[in-house]
Design a binder for this molecule. Sequence first.
Ligand code: ATP
Ligand code: PRP
Length: 307
Amino acid sequence: MDLVNHLTDRLLFAVPKKGRLQQAALDLLNGSDIQFRRETRLDIALVRNLPIALIFLPAADIPTFVGEGRVDIGITGRDQVEEHAATTPISSEEQGVEEILDLGFGKCKLQVQTPEKGSLNDPKDLIGRNVVTSFVGLTEAYFKELEGVSGDKKIKTNIKYVGGSVEAACALGVADGIVDLVESGETMKAAGLRAISTVVESTAILIKSKRPSNPQLVDLIASRIKGVITAQKYVLCQYNIHRSKLDVATKITPGKRAPTITTLEEEGWVALSSMVEKKQIATVMDNLEAVGASDILVLNIGNSRTG
Ligand SMILES: Nc1ncnc2c1ncn2[C@@H]1O[C@H](COP(=O)(O)OP(=O)(O)OP(=O)(O)O)[C@@H](O)[C@H]1O
Ligand SMILES: O=P(O)(O)OC[C@H]1O[C@H](OP(=O)(O)OP(=O)(O)O)[C@H](O)[C@@H]1O
C-alpha cells in the first residue's frame, strides 16, 4: 500500500518515534480511542476510526515539521519547542508552533551542570569557558544574556554541540560545564556533576501549527486528550455526612467546579460526590474522617469531559 497517497485529507499528527515521551504519548492516543496499527519500521500509520495519519518522528524534530505547517499537530517536550524557537528565525506569520495543552508527563529540567569537585559554583564562572550541550540555541541565548549582565560582552562562552551522553563531556575534558536534562538526577550524580542553574523547565505538550488543515478535528483531539489526562489525575470521592458539617466538608472537597450533593433517606444526612486530585486523596480522606464523614469511597475515573 502506498501510504503517502493516503495522507491527503487526513490530519497529520506527529508522535515521538522513540525515547522518553513515546510510551506515555501512545497511552494518551489509546485512551482517546485513536485506533491504528503501526507496521514494523514504518513511520506512518493511518488511524482506522478518524481521518488522521500518525507520523512517528524524533521528539527533537517535531517542532520543525509542525512549525513549518507540514504536520498539523504533535506531541513533544516544551524544551524541544523552545530550542526550535531559539534556533529558527520566523520568516512568515504562518510559521511557528502554538501550545494547545500541557500533557503533564515527561517532566524534566534543562540545567547548567559543573563538576561536583570543582570551583565553578555559579553559571557566570562558565563565561569564556567550554560548555557542551544538545540544546545549542537555548544555551547560547542563556549565556548571551549572562555575558551581557556580567558587563564584559567581549568574552564569549564556547558552546559545542553533542547529540547524546552530554554528561560525559566534563570527565573527558571536552567541557568545563554542560547544559543537559535532569529528572531524577541520577545521570548527573553518576557523572560527578551538580546542577548550578536551570535554563528551562519542561513537560510534554500538545502543539499545533499556525494553520492546521482541520481545526475542528484538532479541537476534538485536544478535548479527548484533556479528558484522558483529567481522568488520570483525579479520582471520584463519595461519602456521607451530617448536613450540619456540609460547609466544612465542602471546603475539604470543593471539586473541580462544585461537589454534587444528594439528600439521603436518613434525616439530616447528605451524600457528597466530588473530584479530588489523586495525590491528595489520602489527606482528604483523613480530613473527612476527622469531621465525621462516613462511608468514604474512592472511585477511579475511566474517562472524563469536564469544564
Ligand atoms: N530523564 C528524562 N525524564 C523525563 N523526560 C525526559 C528525560 N529526558 C528527556 N526527556 C524529555 O523527552 C524528550 C525526548 O528525549 P529523549 O532523550 O527520549 O529523546 P530521543 O528522541 O530518544 O533522543 P536521543 O536519541 O537524543 O536520546 C526531551 O526533549 C524531554 O522533553
Ligand atoms: O536525571 P535522570 O533521571 O538521570 O535523567 C537525565 C538523563 O536523561 C536524558 O538522557 P537519556 O537517558 O534519554 O539518553 P541520552 O543521554 O542518549 O539523551 C538526559 O539527557 C540525561 O542524560
